[in-house]
Design a protein around this ligand. Structure first.
Ligand code: ADP
Ligand code: GLC
Length: 473
């Protein structure tokens, strides 16, 4: 089967969060299963762009309303990622340093989607599946099925839409209706939600199948979906959840080049200790205390706003028996509050504000626990990386966290789970983590060894996607 993934992110070309990881890994595993999976994404000005060689495969033009633009498609020459990677270049529009966060993101991503549809509609053959990811590719199901420009070539190609994050829907006002290429206007309702053009809602309505990145998140969307609850209830027949996997080649403590010492389950104690030593030196902690870390976007979804208070309460309540390390950026208030704690709780708490891929690997390896008190977590990859590196996850029971982490108090359990995203629940869970760590000789080390062996590779989930594609082909 030939599968075309369309996404705003793909690691290592561009990654803001887990979407990049997923789109950088899933196609590789689908190719390993004997299919031809490729990725099409915007061309940003990233390091990966400049460090690799590209060949021009197509040039074309499209109109965004009455603005005509030229685009080109380039392809990475050596297939070094294990799949073909195509970048869409639109001069002055997509070729920026950041992926998101510009005032004209609406125009940028619609132009991207128009260019992709235009290019695909000119292929000599049709792909078997178009797989769109998140709202930046959310208008494609409508474009393919209903616009005069593309429907003759693309309406019969099954489109699968995967929701990585339902909070961001990409909606914009109907005053920009002319961005959408001509279609039978009877179908305007397929673009609309709450009097806006809503790419996420439109994709849920128009895609042949819709998936979320965990089964629990699919259930949750029917009750909490930033306004789309009724839509998910109505469309539930074509919706399902497939849990994400991880790229076990990139995330392998035995070979990870970012670690100071590589290790496997047999050498876990020494291996983790060396990586921890590096972290405690760099961030000024006591090596004998458990190190509890947080990695992620400092946003409300991740309950990052609760961290400053929950961490300082934990430090006081447990007499500084644990150290806390945070890597992330986002909400300026949270960034400020955490930076302040670097001074007031020096030796107990330290924060690195920013994005640092290398440091994130070292933290997964050198920490004892990884904290994820998320309010919303469609899947969450951090807990899976933590498990692979023998680090015990402390998570809220929500979305993918609920589907992948079982409390160590339950049969076969291995993590620490909390019911709510609250300061009390976080503080209580930190207490449980300290107890577990202090019981180091037996239970803690047994758990860390065991979690390294849990298989979260993409193999099983890649097969589930293939079965889903087969069902609509
Ligand atoms: P989300 O996509 O919602 O941000 P995920 O858990 O799916 O959450 O994926 C987050 C990914 O981004 C992981 O690979 C994590 O290691 C990485 N990450 C998040 N914040 C940072 C950061 N500040 N520096 C380095 N990597 C980060
Ligand atoms: C999103 C979600 C995260 C998920 C990731 C990859 O960014 O917030 O939970 O793991 O996408 O699917």
């Amino acid at each position: 089967m030939e599968i075309v993934h369309i996404s705003a992110e793909c690691y290592p070309m561009a990654k803001v969060g887990g979407l990049g990881d997923v789109v950088g890994a899933l196609p590789k595993y689908q190719n390993d299963l004997g299919h031809i999976a490729k990725v099409v994404m915007p061309m940003y000005r990233t390091k990966f762009l400049y460090e690799n060689e590209w060949e021009l495969v197509h040039e074309g033009g499209q109109a965004l309303g009455n603005h005509w633009f030229r685009y080109s498609v380039i392809k990475e020459k050596t297939n070094k990622l294990g799949f073909d990677l195509y970048l869409v270049d639109i001069n002055g529009v997509l070729d920026r340093e950041k992926v998101y966060g510009y005032d004209d993101d609406t125009e940028r991503f619609i132009s991207f989607q128009l260019a992709v549809c235009d290019w695909m509609s000119r292929w000599q053959h049709r792909p078997d599946i178009i797989h769109c990811h998140d709202h930046q590719a959310g208008l494609i199901p409508f474009f393919c099925k209903h616009t005069y420009a593309f429907r003759y070539q693309l309406a019969n190609v099954p489109v699968v839409f995967t929701i990585h994050n339902g909070q961001y829907q990409g909606q914009f006002g109907w005053d920009k209706y002319y961005y959408i290429p001509a279609y039978d206007t009877w179908n305007w309702g397929l673009l609309d939600w709450n009097n806006c053009i809503n790419p996420m809602a439109s994709a849920v309505k128009c895609a042949w199948k819709v998936t979320t990145v965990s089964p629990s998140y699919m259930e949750e969307l029917r009750h909490a979906a930033a306004g789309l609850e009724n839509l998910f209830e109505y469309e539930k027949g074509k919706c399902s959840g497939i849990i994400n996997g991880i790229d076990t080649n990139v995330w392998n403590p035995a070979t990870d080049p970012y670690l100071v010492a590589n290790y496997d389950a047999k050498k876990i104690k020494e291996g983790k200790a060396k990586n921890k030593e590096k972290l405690v030196q760099q961030f000024g902690f006591d090596p004998n205390k458990p190190l509890i870390s947080f990695i992620g976007r400092l946003v409300d979804e991740k309950a990052a706003d609760l961290l400053p208070e929950a961490i300082s309460q934990s430090v006081y309540q447990y007499n500084g028996k644990a150290s806390f390390l945070i890597l992330g950026s986002g909400n300026p208030y949270v960034e400020g509050a955490l930076a302040e704690m670097n001074k007031t709780l020096k030796g107990y708490v330290n924060t690195y504000i920013g994005y640092n891929e290398e440091l994130s690997h070292l933290i997964y390896a050198g920490s004892d626990f990884l904290l994820m008190p998320s309010r919303v977590e469609p899947c969450g990859l951090n807990q899976l990386y933590a498990l692979r590196y023998g680090t015990v996850p402390i998570v809220r029971k929500i979305g993918g966290l609920k589907d992948t982490v079982k409390d160590y108090g339950e049969t076969d359990g291995f993590g620490i789970t909390m019911e709510q995203s609250s300061i009390e629940d976080i503080t209580y869970s930190v207490g449980r983590a300290i107890d577990l760590y202090e019981n180091k000789s037996s239970l803690f080390s047994k758990i860390t060894e065991r979690i390294m062996g849990i298989d979260h590779s993409w193999t099983a989930s890649a097969k589930k996607y293939i079965a889903l594609y087969e069902s609509v082909k």
